[in-house]
Design a binder for this molecule. Structure first.
Ligand code: GLY
Length: 294
């Protein structure tokens, strides 16, 4: 059987580009590891999980270690993973694990459920042998202290007061057998209410994949979820090339005031990389050639 040309695309969030060098280094390293798995004949599922784990360990991003803290100063994380065979698993508002993406994969592979949240998700992780881990960093604690002293409301902060920085990570890959997998992981929005869940673990919101392609979103989770933006972008891929589909999805998002970024791949390995925010950090590798945001 003819092999598909493999490709991988990653994003590190669609907020401002603070620490561009750290972001670039993190994305390049993670995409390179993912691509080497694909080149060696590995599955896109393994590639997106491994790549996400590296990004979850890279503290400049808002996922895993280095996640933002919520209103009460705790880290609650969301993650999901999906293949174009409609396999899906997710976790939401989960505490005290190092790699939320791996727990999402375990939900997909070891349970009949699609989404576990809160204490149930953490308990499931422990049953699966995943050790307790504190993902908080001093850098994000300092950011929390600075922002907290600026917000006016005690328990219901307005999104416009808190939603100034997005750093959700996302990965899409296509392997030599043509399988597309998508993953994403986040600590939510800095100072969001405890228990708040964004688009990241919502099928069709933060991720989607089907026979036409795969997409993951980053940005303002409430609006991404409301408009099922990843699903919408993949639907556009059924009729248009990835680049055009991305433009159509972002035009749609802009019309409804949804600030976001999207990355994805279509079945031919066509690249989707689009945003309507000030910036988005991204990197992709296709046919052995890497491109990275400037
Ligand atoms: N896009 C990530 C979030 O809003 O939680």
């Amino acid at each position: 059987m003819k092999k598909t040309a493999c490709a991988i695309i990653v994003n590190g969030g669609a907020g401002g580009l603070n620490f561009p060098e750290r972001r670039r280094n993190g994305l390049v390293k993670a995409a390179s590891i993912g691509y080497s798995i694909l080149k060696q004949g590995g599955s896109s599922l393994d590639a997106v999980e491994r790549t996400s784990m590296l990004l979850e360990d890279t503290t400049v991003f808002n996922a895993g270690t280095g996640s933002y803290l919520n209103l009460v100063g705790e880290v609650e994380m969301d993650a999901s993973i999906m293949t174009d065979k409609m396999e899906f698993g997710a976790v939401a508002a989960m505490k005290n694990v190092r790699y939320p993406i791996s727990v999402a994969r375990l939900v997909m592979e070891k349970t009949d459920h699609l989404l576990l949240c809160g204490q149930g998700a953490t308990k499931f992780a422990r049953i699966m042998g995943i050790k307790p881990y504190n993902p908080e960093t001093k850098e994000k604690r300092r950011l929390w202290q600075r922002k907290k002293s600026n917000i006016k409301h005690s328990y219901f902060p307005k999104l416009k007061e808190i939603a100034d920085s997005y750093g959700t990570i996302g990965v899409v890959a296509i392997d030599q057998n043509g399988l597309i997998s998508v993953a994403n992981s986040t600590g939510g929005i800095s100072l969001n209410m405890p228990g708040r869940v964004g688009d990241t673990p919502v099928i069709g919101g933060g991720v989607y994949a089907d026979k036409h392609g795969g997409v993951t979103a980053t940005g303002h989770g409430e609006e991404i979820m409301r408009h099922l933006l990843s699903f919408r972008a993949v639907c556009f891929m059924s009729s248009y090339r990835a680049r055009i589909a991305g433009k159509m999805a972002i035009d749609y998002a802009t019309k409804y005031g949804c600030r976001c970024g999207l990355v994805g791949l279509d079945k031919k390995g066509g690249i989707l990389c689009a945003n309507n925010t000030r910036a988005m950090s991204w990197c992709y590798i296709k046919n052995g050639r890497m491109r990275v945001f400037k």
